[in-house]
Design a protein around this ligand. Structure first.
Ligand SMILES: [Cu+2]
Length: 321
């Protein structure tokens, strides 16, 4: 076992050595002659929703990537208690939260932010494609390799085909393509939704808040564009029975292939409060990406002219005395 590990280390060492050598050769012979600073256009908005503040950044990057970041801050949701120390709490008792200060419990809760993405990839008629990454087993004795990876494309025909729960051990990419527009080598142009850290609701599906927030039953949904379907929780959420939500619309199972489609992505956070969150929270962030997938003929950064210092924005102090 030890010998095996040493062998691996030697291989890694040789590999790193070869890579370093290649980089040195490129540098010495002058193939890399310039660099470009990364310049990103950030469009920011902040929404105050009850006791919380949500900072939403849309980052438009020069490589075609759009990163959507959400930062949570604000004043924590708390409830009162007679407890002033954890030694008063019976071990069997569930506080459904954390004792944050004398007589204050921070309640366990979730945050969900649903994004309405009216996708128009090089035209309004698009399709949603689930690209499953699967193992392809090799027959014995054909090769020392036993397995490879393959990508299996499934075009969603109707809405139920596009109700997506994210799964680590059943990985997939989620593409929105324009089937009638192709690159030079014949791939349909597209953008993909790339999930990052997120959360799924654990509540019972018939729980009233879950019925109203049924858009959290899946992380991705795709619906045909309909001007009346704009708010994932319905137009009137409070006291509703969840009869005007994204889940209800999607279960109509309308055709979505090669149509003007809307992709809904829900970003979630579980929040078990801790003392550092009280009385005001440090910002907690997560994000997802919209990333080009065969949208450009090659890396679009290569066509960008180099920046010179005079092109860069001049940042001055906003005000002085
Ligand atoms: Cu929270």
């Amino acid at each position: 076992m030890l010998l095996h590990l040493i062998n691996i280390y030697i291989y890694i060492y040789i590999y790193i050595y070869i890579c370093s050598l290649i980089i040195i050769i490129i540098l010495v012979f002058g193939q890399i002659r310039e660099a470009r600073p990364k310049v990103t256009l950030v469009v920011r908005m902040a929404a105050s929703v009850a006791n919380y503040d949500y900072i939403v950044d849309w980052e438009f990057q020069t490589d075609g990537l759009i990163r959507v970041k959400v930062g949570l801050s604000g004043i924590l949701m708390v409830k009162g208690t007679s407890y002033v120390h954890m030694n008063q709490v019976n071990q069997q008792e569930n506080l459904f939260g954390t004792l944050l200060s004398e007589n204050v419990i921070g309640v366990i809760h979730d945050h969900y932010i649903a994004f309405y993405l009216d996708m128009d990839v090089d035209g309004s008629n698009n399709s949603f494609v689930k690209v499953n990454i699967e193992r392809s087993n090799n027959p014995p004795k054909v090769s020392p390799r036993r397995s490879y990876l393959k990508a299996v494309k499934n075009v969603a025909k109707t809405e139920r085909d596009a109700q997506i729960k994210l799964k680590l051990y059943d990985p997939a990419e989620f593409h929105v393509i324009n089937p009638s527009k192709e690159t030079r080598v014949g791939n349909p142009v597209g953008y993909k939704v790339v999930a990052s850290g997120t959360a799924a609701s654990l509540l019972d599906l018939d729980d009233p808040p879950q019925k109203r927030g049924a858009f959290t039953n899946n992380q991705i949904w795709v619906t045909p564009y309909n001007q009346k379907e704009q708010w994932a929780g319905g137009l009137f959420v409070y006291q509703s029975q969840g009869d005007d939500t994204l889940a209800v619309w999607s279960n109509r199972n309308r055709p979505i292939e090669n149509k003007d489609i809307v992709l809904w992505y829900t970003l979630g956070f579980h929040h078990v409060p801790c003392q550092e969150d009280f009385p005001i929270m440090p910002t907690v962030s997560s994000s997802f990406d919209l990333k080009p997938v065969n949208f450009f003929e090659s890396n679009p950064i290569l066509n960008i002219p180099p920046n010179v210092e005079k092109d860069l924005p001049i940042c001055n102090a906003a005000a002085s005395a």
